[in-house]
Design a protein around this ligand. Structure first.
Ligand code: NAI
Length: 386
């Protein structure tokens, strides 16, 4: 039976949103995947590979090798499918879009766990220190969606600076009052744009912004860009964070979430931003303090905030970032976490996940860039200075 028909039957029975499990000869490994629920869209669109319905496209491949593959979106609470099966899974696959939070407590219970694979980029939902202590490897499909995110950042910068969202909402309301939106619309040309974090995404954002003729491109990162890379796009490094934000008209955040970035954008730092600056955050919601950002937007200290990442995902209905506005009733470009899960990105991270698993099964070395935590140590320089 094809997976699609199996999934449709399971959905009718109402169980696919909790888990789909294969009973078979238990020769191989137990592989647990926490993915997001795709619903009708995933049944109609098989390229939505990162969903529980389409299962990264690897079920048949895994089962043909005798592995047991558990896929679920049910991740919260001790009785969830995730927290039950993590106890004896050898491999855990997660996605940042619907993060299965692998805490230190869960790692203590995960007696067989050897490898965590992030289908995408960003592994902050895993307690990386605890993984190091337990010799659990953490691997990502590095680079798989960096272009997807960089394009989203450029779009977000443009929609904030040009006041796009209120203009479109006006049209939907059947109104036409140009001055109401033009009063807060600007050109990107001539602005100072800075990225906090100049890795794969941050660099690509600056690269894509160069043709807009900004006044200056800045970056803040403890890992300096190689000289030729910085020169190619004309980016200047600023070493002090307050100094950095005080020079930028637009700040885009492109650093991972770790102890050094959690709550970094808070009321105290926001005072040092240029009045009326715009912030775009597609990195991680918890890098920004939720209430402080909402208050800064409400007061006009910042003119706009856009991105797709939230401190809790899915974001609750009353999350302030859903409704916050600047004093002119605009400045909010928030969307659900999807910038890195375009169909193009899904094809790449599904393929990359399969490659990582294949390497693991065959005992082959992993691509060095994909290793966040190797056996007993951090292999990346991106999750804080140590
Ligand atoms: P990367 O590892 O290539 O670059 C991250 C950069 O941030 C590094 O240069 C690192 O030195 C810098 N950094 C770390 N801590 C910093 C700090 N305290 N201050 C300044 N810079 C700091 O990672 P990449 O591929 O650019 O991704 C960055 C992040 O973007 C991911 O960790 C993830 O959280 C997020 N992301 C979001 C996606 C989405 O769909 N919204 C998709 C992919 C990634």
């Amino acid at each position: 039976m094809s997976f699609l028909s199996a999934s449709t039957t399971a959905l009718k029975r109402g169980i696919a949103s909790t888990a789909t499990r294969t009973h078979g000869p238990n020769r191989g490994m137990k592989i647990l995947a926490v993915l997001y629920k795709g619903g009708e869209a995933a049944q109609q669109e098989p390229r939505l590979l990162g969903t529980i319905e389409n299962q990264l496209g690897i079920r048949e491949w895994l089962e043909s090798q005798g592995h047991e593959y558990i896929v679920t979106d049910d991740k919260e609470g001790p009785n969830s499918v995730f927290q039950q099966h993590i106890k004896d899974a050898e491999v855990l696959i997660t996605t940042p879009f619907h993060p299965g939070y692998l805490t230190r407590e869960l790692i203590a219970k995960a007696k067989n766990l050897k490898v965590c694979v992030t289908a995408g980029v960003g592994s902050d939902h895993i307690d990386l220190d605890a993984a190091v202590e337990r010799d659990i490897q953490v691997l990502e499909v590095t680079g798989s969606n960096v272009v997807s995110v960089a394009e989203h950042v450029v779009m977000n910068i443009l929609l904030l600076v040009r006041n796009f969202v209120p203009a479109h909402e006006m049209i939907e309301r059947g109104e036409w009052q140009v001055s109401d939106v033009a009063r807060n619309a600007f050109d990107l040309e001539g602005k100072v744009i800075g990225t906090l974090g100049a890795g794969r995404i941050g660099y690509r954002v600056l690269e894509r912004l160069r043709p807009f003729n900004p006044k200056e491109l800045l970056y803040y990162d403890y890992n300096p860009l190689p000289g030729d890379a910085a020169a190619k796009i004309g980016a200047r490094r600023v070493e002090d964070l307050k100094d950095f934000v005080s020079q930028c008209d637009i700040v885009t955040i492109n650093a991972p979430l770790h102890d050094g970035t959690k709550g970094l954008i808070n009321a105290e730092l926001l005072k040092h931003f240029k009045k009326g600056a715009w912030i775009v955050n597609t990195a991680r919601g918890a890098i920004c303090n939720t209430e402080d950002v909402a208050a800064a937007l409400k007061s006009g200290q910042i003119n706009g905030y856009a991105g797709d990442v939230w401190n809790v995902q899915p974001a609750p209905k009353d999350h302030p970032w859903r409704y916050m506005k600047n004093p002119l009733g605009g400045g909010n470009g928030m969307v659900p976490h999807y910038s890195g899960t375009t169909l193009d990105a899904q094809a790449r991270y599904a393929q990359g996940t399969k490659q990582i698993l294949e390497n693991y099964f065959k005992g082959k070395a992993q691509e060095p860039a994909n290793i966040i935590v190797g056996v007993g140590k951090y292999e990346t320089k991106s999750y804080g200075q140590r």
